[in-house]
Design a protein around this ligand. Structure first.
Ligand code: IPE
Ligand code: IPE
Ligand code: MG
Length: 244
């Protein structure tokens, strides 16, 4: 087994935390029991990411499509997220907390608590943690198109100046680099409307482990797999080796 190389930790790790429901059902428990374990596991993995020196950790917590789930499950999830927004983990680890997604669909209470957590941690200088909540990539890209159209209409921006940077700047992720490594737990081989633009050159890692079973060692395995890959960005392998 390869060893983890602490000098080449991906700067931005993103995780689609899937499999909470099946984890619980396999144990004969209600799906929400899986969400309880899942939220607890976010803390474990966040602290390990801090320890490894990851600069950005983004996690997919609730998609736009997840609004179609049964209301009791949605409420249970929102309550769990609320209950776990206490500072302790962020302040103790110097983590700056941010949220991306369509906040207008969240309740006033959860919006307030999220904003307060963002404010309280805004001066933290360690890892940035981004939670995608009520988020979908197509929602975000559509919104960016509207924002850009408004700027062109008002004369603030010329149509010919719309380039890739301009589009990136109008996404909700404008303040963070693209993910280097995207991990999806739970066995599905898809990205479920997550960071479609931002993952153009991201390395993907899929594992069958359900999110509550994804341990610190699982995270290490994902990073080791990442470290064994050559990121070519369209060039030849020889060009990349020469540059290194
Ligand atoms: C991921 O686990 C958490 C959310 C999508 C909110 P799921 O709830 O999707 O669990 P499975 O995929 O049904 O097992
Ligand atoms: C993706 O999981 C969203 C999150 C992990 C928050 P889903 O369980 O909703 O994905 P699909 O619907 O099976 O693709
Ligand atoms: Mg799922």
């Amino acid at each position: 087994m390869q060893q983890l190389d602490y000098n080449h930790i991906p700067a931005h790790i993103s995780i689609i935390m899937d499999g909470n429901g099946r984890w619980a059902q396999a144990k004969g428990q209600p799906r929400t029991a899986g969400h309880v374990e899942g939220v607890a596991n976010v803390k474990v993995i966040t602290e390990e990411a801090v320890r490894l020196g990851v600069k950005y950790l983004s996690v997919y917590a609730f998609s736009t499509e997840n609004w179609n789930r049964p209301m009791p499950e949605i409420e249970a999830l929102m309550n769990l997220i609320l209950a776990n927004l206490e500072d302790e983990i962020f302040m103790k680890n110097n983590v700056r907390f941010l949220v991306i997604g369509d906040m207008s669909r969240l309740s006033d209470n959860i919006r307030k608590c999220l904003q307060s957590c963002i404010d309280r941690t805004s001066a933290n200088t360690g890892m940035t943690m981004v939670v995608a909540l009520s988020y979908s990539s197509r929602w975000e890209i559509t919104r960016a198109a509207q924002l850009i159209a408004d700027e062109v209409r008002s004369g603030k921006l010329k149509a010919e100046d719309i380039d890739e940077n301009c589009i990136s700047r109008h996404l909700t992720t404008s303040f963070i680099p693209d993910p280097d490594l995207l991990i999806r737990t739970g066995g599905e081989l898809r990205i479920s409307n997550y960071l479609l633009w931002q993952c153009a050159y991201t390395e993907f890692y899929f594992t069958d482990e359900f999110w509550p079973d994804f341990t610190v060692e699982s995270l290490h395995r994902a990073i080791i797999a990442y470290q064994q890959r050559q990121r070519r960005f369209g060039k030849t392998g020889e060009q990349v080796t020469d540059e290194e």
